[in-house]
Design a protein around this ligand. Structure first.
Ligand code: GLY
Length: 314
């Protein structure tokens, strides 16, 4: 029997300033609608999460694709991962340049190579070979990213603490379950402002930036990459679910563990193999949106939940 599909989106966990609050909410809602329309038309969860993340990569409100933050040299280096819960196949790219939609490139790595991750020069050459659309650095860089970079240089705060300030921006992601019960995750990021050239964060690392397994569920994470990697945050959430916790409880426990163990903050979205979902964070804000049964649910501040009914998706 067909399952009711679900999509859950995040636009990054950080102290989103008021002037970016509205566009962040609109952005995650647009991405959720795009992914959900794939699902109600019997598309796969892989197609849904890729399509949703592309919407966020094209939206300059978010740190991914267009709008990505700048590294120490003022350049853009992008990371992304996509994972299929049906067979645990994953594709990821790290430190790539001049690409608008790293998530599609990650899916190409999954589908067309025998590898899981491509990086640096080799990734560049492969993108060229596969005719992945290229853009100039300037097309990806926004005024806001330049301001963030300049602020960083002015104040030079510790990066961990930055995750509860308005001086970082972070990551986008999606999880979904389709009518066939297959779960997938996708995560894409520009990383953290002023990162060292060549620094790779959690986002493209399986089990950290995302994980999907039809036996349990799917997770996409956001937050301080070095902390997320230390606790393998995405897999930790699924581990707690395997122990019998609900997605919300598992998410809260894993995020709490990350604070207690390594003083790291972040957020995540999760869907279980039964279609239960949660969007949780330990930063000041995280824009998120979900659609299930034609109902759009979204929020930005802790414990804030809004709902809208979507007649054209019932
Ligand atoms: N969570 C994104 C990063 O730290 O790179």
């Amino acid at each position: 029997m067909d399952l009711k599909p679900v999509i859950v989106i995040h636009g990054g966990a950080w102290a989103i300033p008021d002037h970016l609050a509205e566009c962040s909410k609109i952005g995650v809602k647009n991405a959720a609608k795009c992914g959900y329309s794939v699902l109600v038309n019997r598309g796969s969860s892989m197609q849904a999460v890729e399509s949703a993340v592309r919407v966020l990569e094209d939206d300059i409100s978010f740190d991914a694709g267009h709008g990505a933050v700048l590294n120490a040299d003022g350049d853009v280096e992008l990371d992304a991962v996509i994972m299929d819960g049906k067979n645990l196949a994953a594709g990821s790219v790290s430190c790539i340049k001049n690409i608008s939609n790293p998530i599609t490139f990650a899916r190409t790595v999954l589908e067309k190579t025998s590898h899981t991750m491509l990086t640096g020069k080799g990734a560049d050459a492969y993108a060229e070979k596969m005719n992945i659309a290229r853009v100039s650095r300037d097309e990806l860089v926004t005024e806001h990213a330049i301001q963030e970079w300049e602020q960083y240089h002015k104040y030079k705060q510790s990066v961990t603490n930055l995750f509860n300030t308005e001086k970082v921006h972070d990551t986008v992601g999606a999880v979904a379950i389709d009518c066939q019960g297959n779960v997938s995750c996708a995560t894409s990021t520009g990383g953290i402002t002023n990162k060292m050239v060549g620094r790779v964060g959690d986002s493209p690392i399986i089990g950290c930036g995302g994980y999907a397994d039809n036996h349990v569920g799917a997770v996409s994470t956001t937050g301080h990459g070095e902390s997320i990697m230390k606790v393998t945050l995405a897999r930790l959430v699924l581990f707690y679910m395997e122990q019998g916790e609900t997605p919300q409880k598992a998410a809260d426990q894993a995020l709490e563990y990350m604070i207690n163990r390594v003083h790291g903050r972040g957020g995540l979205v999760v869907v279980s193999k039964n279609g239960q979902w949660a969007a949780r964070f330990t930063t000041k804000r995280m824009a998120w949106a979900s659609i299930q049964d034609g109902v759009l649910t979204f929020g930005l501040n802790p414990d804030e939940i809004f709902q809208e009914s979507l007649d054209n998706f019932s």
